[in-house]
Write a protein of this length. Structure first.
Length: 346
């Protein structure tokens, strides 16, 4: 009986000792500091690439049309066809226009005869100076009518103004078209290729003419095309609120085609000062604002609000909210809060 009592007492003592140890460990864990790594905020003068998308086109793209309206008698090229300068692309039925030319020439012949007769009579003092001036004016009008008719005849045939490509054909033979109605969309290949992109008002003022750019096309996934900024829009598009920027692609041996979708990175030559921190330091964010933990006196924490200018894959570009040289947590940030005690691991 005594032995049993002694055994129970020993077991009870062991249990009390184990509980005391467990409470001690728990207490030690509750005051254990969170180990973190930190980094310094860096101030850097830099230009931030402007990423945008656009479409490739010829520097010279135009809509080809007839000067006068009429019936199309022939269309001699299809979409995608490469054409040479001076090549005939389409022609109107010239019956009516040729008749107008003939009519104007007959009118000119008559005006010339009237002028010669009046001039001879004026020399003989048969007609007055006013009558001579009237037939002289009629002669000038007849000459102008011939020039107009011949001009219309000339532009009743569409010819390629330079070497290029037919991008689109919008009319067919025997179709009646009005003056100036587009028949072809034409792109010259004698000029440079350009990419036209749309830039937000946030980025437009960071760009200057002749800024360098890199362009990628899905058709050439492993190729980078180099370009320069040649035009910057001064007014926003009323529908999108963006500004159009034109980039001229530097000469290349690769074959390009109008309409290719371009992925563009423009590198502004104008530099600004920014604060750079690791993206891992961000604890929460909302659009252009975010928060980080800063280490201050005696490893104390301070939650700091920052204004984010741009987010890269590895770092944040900060416009304001924190000073250069500030120490912020980059590793272990998810295990701390405003009241945590931290230990900085070097």
């Amino acid at each position: 009986m005594k032995n049993s009592i002694k055994t129970l007492a020993a077991i009870f003592i062991v249990i009390l000792a184990f509980s005391a140890c467990k409470e001690q460990v728990t207490e030690e864990k509750s005051i254990e500091k969170v180990k973190v790594r930190t980094t310094k905020v860096i101030e850097k003068e830099m230009s931030i690439p402007v990423h945008c998308c656009g479409k490739l086109s010829s520097k010279e793209e135009s809509k080809l049309s007839f000067k006068t309206g009429g019936i199309i008698s022939g269309i001699f090229v299809d979409e995608g066809r490469v054409v040479k300068k001076g090549q005939v692309l389409a022609k109107l039925n010239l019956s009516e226009i040729q008749a107008q030319v003939n009519q104007s020439k007959l009118g000119l012949d008559k005006a010339e005869r009237d002028f010669r007769r009046a001039n001879n009579l004026y020399n003989d003092s048969v007609v007055t100076l006013e009558q001579l001036q009237n037939v002289t004016t009629a002669l000038d009008i007849a000459k102008s009518n011939v020039e107009i008719a011949e001009f219309n005849l000339q532009f009743s045939t569409i010819k390629a103004s330079s070497n290029g490509t037919i991008l689109k054909r919008v009319a067919e033979e025997n179709e009646i078209v009005g003056p100036g109605s587009p028949v072809f969309l034409f792109a010259s290949t004698d000029n440079d290729w350009v990419a036209r992109v749309n830039i937000t008002d946030k980025d437009i003022f960071s760009l200057l003419l002749n800024d360098e750019a890199e362009i990628k096309f899905d058709a050439y996934p492993n190729k980078i095309f180099h370009a320069t900024v040649t035009e910057i829009g001064n007014s926003a598009d009323p529908y999108t609120g963006t500004y159009e920027v034109e980039l001229t692609i530097k000469p290349t041996n690769e074959k390009l085609a109008s309409g290719l979708i371009a992925s563009v990175d423009i590198y502004p030559s104008k530099k600004e000062k920014f604060m750079i921190i690791s993206v891992n330091a961000l604890i929460e964010g909302d659009e252009s604002e975010g928060y980080v933990y800063q280490i201050i006196n005696n490893n104390q924490l301070k939650k700091v609000k920052i204004n984010i200018y741009k987010i890269s894959d590895d770092y944040l570009i900060i416009k304001s909210g924190i000073e250069s040289g500030a120490e912020i947590i980059t590793e272990g940030v998810s295990y701390v809060n405003g009241t945590s005690e931290v230990e900085v691991i070097k």
